[in-house]
Design a protein around this ligand. Sequence first.
Ligand code: KDG
Length: 301
Amino acid sequence: MTDVLTLGETMGAFRAAGPFRLGGTAELTVAGAESNVAIGLARLGHAVRWTGVTGADEIGSLVRRTLLAEGVDIAAARITPDASTGLVLFEPRTADITRVLYHRRSSAGSTLSTEDVRRAFDLGVPRVVHVTGITPALSGTALAAVTEAIGLGREAGSAVSLDVNFRSKLWSATEAAEVIRPLLAGVDVLIASDDELPIAGDHRVPEVVVKHGADGATVRTPDGSWSAAAHRVTVADTTGAGDAFVAGYLSGLLDGLDAEERLRRGTAVAAFAVATPGDWQGLPARTDLDLLDLHSGSTVR
Ligand code: KDG
């Protein structure tokens, strides 16, 4: 049984100690919005499949090895000898502002196609299909893959969620709106940060979840609206916080929690992401969630 199918590009990720142009040390790991969500869900005990494309190279092996080690099913993921695995560089510019640089044009990940999505569905119909607005920005075939995932999800009765995840280094807000708005007709749960809502425009998505960063999150469903505050934690790194929130929210959906409890699980998982360096490294196991109720400075023995 597959709880969640997600798809997208996962890249090698370098985190530098300072500006890249000065050289120096950088840590190598992997990052990708959808695989961050997949890792978050797997750590919470859900069965998650990620599909995507990596190059026949060492960075591609690192991506695959990391996802496997995190318990994410990559049976439908493809390796291509024709392109390199993409890279993302994280460069701290101030204590709490990080610049993201991409080396991903014509990358292996951008060759994602409808066949990759069909292969993933052939391995099992998921309860939830999760996509982001990053993937359609990568290429025509990647947009077709997202459209296919939404269509197959609808046909199969899966709940379909879409996180707008606007990336201004990939396209303009106008281009994003033109592509993302038609996709929303097949979406059950729309997730966006408050500044991304104009990209979604007028739509009929029944469940709309809005991330407000340090101010928590809100949800509107046909039954009402709710909000949840963010947990107060010492901020180490906000990258991946939105993906962590999505993992928590979808985990709540899979567990049959009500809308307010889904939000609360989302903000709890996001708190772990914010409090630890890296996109996904600090994401909690289910048994970690209660740690947030402890007084700050506690040691658990
Ligand atoms: O959400 C964090 C992502 O931005 C990061 O992991 C890189 O997927 C990424 C992207 O395309 O920006």
